[in-house]
Design a protein around this ligand. Structure first.
Ligand code: TYM
Length: 333
């Protein structure tokens, strides 16, 4: 039987290699398996949990849609839509926020990281963000959720919320319990400036990430400047383990070329970083360049993107509003 896939990406600009290798590349693979039903959502309601400039948000929504399509998601086969255009997401999120427990949300490490020291000033939305994520997933009877490693805890919360709702209202199997699809090896791409920190959209230095809109020269420059150590490349994975920057760059190479890490280690063992970096830039350019060119092209065709988002909205709305109606009946509304 095919899988019911749902995943989301925030339209907050600077979509990068981490988003691509951790999530979007997997979306494309799942989209290409005939038997799956896939829904890919631009989660603009999640984006506003931190301040957004409305004009930029709108541009970023288009850019995210363009990135999905440019990466190879076929809008004829998969549903691509904007979260805020389907009101059931917000409505279900409220209901589920009455099911989720404070104690569960208090454990979310991403909130702690994002809110930082000044928790009092974080928005309530930033705190309850995983509940909205649960609504996204559960409205579509999702069986599998492809995400990067950083979303694992949110997915566990989603499963807990679904289970509690099913128990509290005595409706066995009403909410399907979704499975995470997290790639085993390359689910956490690290910053090019610090191999112990996640590659992220919000990192100040653009040199820390490869953006999916970067051109050839930017990629070469960023890889050249990527932090390394003074040693030659190692001969074993045990040696690589102690060297976060080398491990990250070799993992990126492996992930892009679809070869396992041990083969990459064998190929470059004893070589200098400069030689390895040339090879890495080459494979990155081969993969990213066609995508970035296509993104730029699609961004000039806003009406085409509008059509795709509108057709996605109609299909998503039909599924989500039917599920919401059933939720409301269960609640006694
Ligand atoms: P977001 O927008 O932060 O990231 C989108 C996807 O990219 C993955 N990712 C990474 N993977 C590997 N290495 C990295 N450095 C890296 N950085 C980001 C993320 O794990 C994610 O899969 N809450 C979600 C969006 C969301 C969602 C959902 C996802 C909202 N509703 C429902 C799944 C299902 C988020 O903020 O992702």
């Amino acid at each position: 039987m095919g899988k019911k896939i749902f995943s989301g990406v925030q339209p907050t600009g600077n979509l990068h290699l981490g988003n691509y290798l951790g999530a979007i590349k997997n979306f494309v693979k799942l989209n290409n398996e005939d038997q799956n039903d896939c829904i890919f959502c631009i989660v603009d309601l999640h984006a506003i949990t931190v301040a957004q400039d409305p004009k930029k948000l709108k541009d970023n929504i288009y850019e995210t849609a363009a990135t999905f399509i440019a990466s190879g998601i076929d809008p004829k086969k998969s549903i691509i839509f904007n979260q805020s255009s389907v009101s059931a997401h917000s409505e279900a999120a409220w209901i589920l926020s009455c099911v989720a427990r404070m104690g569960w949300l208090n454990r979310m490490t991403q909130f702690k990281e994002k809110a930082g020291k000044d928790k009092e000033k974080a928005s309530i939305g930033l705190y309850s963000y995983p509940v909205l994520m649960a609504a996204d997933i559960l409205l579509y009877d999702t069986s599998h959720v492809p995400v990067g490693d950083d979303q694992k805890q949110h997915l566990e919360l989603c499963r807990d919320i679904a289970q509690k709702f099913n128990n509290d209202f005595n409706v066995d199997d009403f909410f399907k319990i979704p499975e995470p699809l997290i790639q085993k090896k390359f689910s956490r791409i690290m910053s090019l400036r610090d191999g112990t920190k996640k590659m992220s959209k919000s990192e100040l230095s653009d040199l820390s990430r490869i953006n999916l809109t970067d051109d050839k020269d930017q990629i070469i420059n960023k890889i050249k400047k990527a932090k390394t150590d003074i040693l030659q490349l190692p001969a074993t994975s045990a040696d690589l383990e102690k060297r976060p920057e080398a491990k990250n760059l070799m993992s990126i190479y492996s992930s892009i070329t679809d070869v396992n890490l041990d083969d990459t280690i064998n190929k470059f063992s004893g070589k200098n970083f400069s030689e390895f970096k040339e090879n890495l830039s080459e494979v990155l350019i081969d993969e990213i360049n066609p995508i970035s060119n296509e993104i730029k092209k699609l961004l000039k065709e806003k009406s085409f993107l509008d059509q795709i988002l509108d057709s996605g909205r109609q299909k998503a709305d039909k599924i989500a509003s039917e599920k919401l109606k059933k939720i409301q009946e269960i609640m006694g509304f």
